[in-house]
Write a protein that binds this ligand. Structure first.
Ligand code: NAI
Ligand code: UGA
Length: 450
């Protein structure tokens, strides 16, 4: 089939590349000329494992192309994929201005029957609006179908080729058949629903996953106080088939471009119909506070942070991506700087993106995990990049002023020999005897603070 993908951000690019890999003819559109020019040269603007290579091979065969010309792309397509951004407005609601602009351009361009497939995450009722924005500008027939996207950054290609399900929201049989046929090579698990239910499935899924994370983080906070180990608790819970093991990793809370935005949007969607979504409001609040645990632990152990040097491992909101949108690292580093600390930070790929959002003369950007820890008073692991688990910790400990490690993602085994060199704090796990006993040369005793 011939696809025009409008919006070549994360979702648009991954969708475009994967569907061209499946043998479709794809043209990706973006209004950002610089981005399109780079993509034409095979340069991708994001870090996503495997995407670059797949783009190159499809550019070579000519099954994918890039343009800023929406009209031409739409005219040559059977299916138009809407993948523009839907960021948060200051009140938490989704900003639909990019969707309206793109829908209007599609309406102007229509030259025959097309299916418009909405992959952007949009509030319930939006596909109806998209339909009317297009309808007002054309006399050609079309159907708008809600096909929410469930890929995760860092594993986007694997997720696209192995989806748990594809949701197709439409009341129209002809459109449903076309969209089902497009996705058939990916899976048999294709659920056709009405449009509003499809829109709700996306928000409900993200809100539920966010809820699991805040739930396990609160359990972790309680574990710390009662001397239980949240890793074992999560394992025990996850073995119950009704619960399952995924998304029960305690840590410093969720970030990224979607959970924070989509949870806030669903609270607004509920509020607009006079429903107070109390549970989800708490999920957001718990998440906001969870990242402060790192700072609280630093205060407990290091005391006043003014003039101290804090090393940071990991800036991205999760491993295998260079995305720092709503990353816990942003709040934590901003606060460290505000309190007068010096920061030595390292991330394998996300440093440039982080610096675009926040930079300061008190931060030294390091080019390896080991160098970031040099002469630091404490080290905080914020993103569980695999390379951190493989670093020679004895070398790290030797290079630090004080071997104090705050493991915000429970990467290390606190019983291990390497960890024994540190005063080690993780999330929701009992502190080792050494850590409990350990005072430090600032004269503050962790155990005294309890
Ligand atoms: N990032 C992710 O992992 C996922 C995102 N989503 C949803 O997909 C949607 C897109 O998200 P991202 O790809 O992260 O967005 P993004 O913000 O990275 O990219 C959006 C792109 O659309 C372009 N654009 C905006 N208006 C346009 C127009 N009128 N014509 C052509 N191009 C236009 C922008 O220049 C930008 O390159 C959002 O609704 C998001 O919630 C859903 C699942 C996963
Ligand atoms: O709508 C979206 O954009 C996407 O949002 C998430 O994907 P993503 O944000 O890429 O990454 P996740 O793997 O879900 O992680 C999100 C955040 O939760 C945190 N997390 C995840 C799992 C866990 O057990 N604990 C935990 O703290 C991660 O560190 C990360 O900060 C969803 O998993 C995707 O299904 C969805 O398509």
């Amino acid at each position: 089939m011939r696809l025009a993908v409008i919006g070549t951000g994360y979702v648009g690019l991954v969708t475009g590349v994967c569907f061209s890999e499946l043998g479709n003819e794809v043209i990706c559109v973006d209004k950002d000329m610089e981005k399109i020019n780079k993509l034409r040269q095979g340069e991708i603007p994001i870090y996503e494992p495997g995407l670059q290579e797949m783009l190159w091979s499809n550019l070579d065969t000519g099954s994918i192309a890039f343009t800023t010309n929406t009209t031409e792309a739409v005219r040559n397509a059977d299916i138009v994929v809407l993948a523009v951004g839907t960021p948060s407005l200051p009140n938490g609601e989704a900003d639909l201005s990019y969707i309206e602009e793109a829908a209007s351009a599609i309406g102007e361009a229509l030259n025959g029957y097309k299916v418009i497939m909405t992959k952007s995450t949009v509030p319930v009722g939006t596909n109806g609006k998209i339909e009317s924005w297009i309808y007002d500008r054309t006399s050609h027939p079309f159907h708008v179908v809600s096909v929410p996207e469930f890929l995760r950054e860092g594993s986007a290609i694997r997720d696209t080729f192995n989806p748990d399900r594809i949701v197709v929201g439409t009341d129209n049989e002809r459109a449903a058949k076309i969209v089902v046929e497009l996705h058939r090579p990916l899976t048999d698990r294709i659920l056709v629903t009405d449009v509003r239910s499809a829109e709700m499935i996306k928000y409900a899924s993200n809100a539920y996953l966010a809820t699991r994370i805040s739930f396990i983080n609160e359990i972790a906070n309680i574990c710390e106080k009662v001397g239980a180990d949240v890793s074992q608790v999560a394992q025990g819970m996850g073995q119950d088939k009704r619960i399952g093991p995924a998304f029960l990793n305690a840590g410093i809370g969720y970030g990224g471009s979607c959970f924070p935005k989509d949870t806030k949007a669903l609270i607004q969607i509920a509020g607009n119909v006079d429903y107070n979504f109390k549970l989800l409001k708490s999920v957001v609040e718990v998440n906001r506070d969870q990242r402060n645990n790192v700072l609280r632990k630093l205060h407990d152990f290091v005391g006043d942070l003014k003039g101290r040097t804090i090393a940071i491992w990991g800036l991205a909101f999760k491993p295998n991506t260079d995305d720092v949108r709503e990353a816990p690292s942003l709040d934590i580093i901003e606060e460290l700087v505000a309190e007068g600390a010096f920061v030595r930070a390292y991330d394998p790929v996300a440093t440039a993106n982080f610096r675009r959002l926040f930079d300061h003369s008190s931060i030294i950007w390091c080019d390896s995990a080991v160098s970031a820890a040099e002469n630091a008073d404490a080290l905080c692991l914020l993103t569980e990049w695999r390379e951190f688990a493989e670093v020679d910790l004895s070398q790290v400990a030797k290079g630090m002023k004080e071997p104090v490690l705050f493991d915000g993602r429970n990467v290390f085994n606190q019983q291990s020999k390497e960890i024994a060199a540190f005063k080690y704090y993780s999330v929701g796990r009992p502190q080792s005897e050494r850590t409990k006993e350990g005072g430090n040369h600032y004269g503050i005793h962790a155990a005294d603070k309890a």
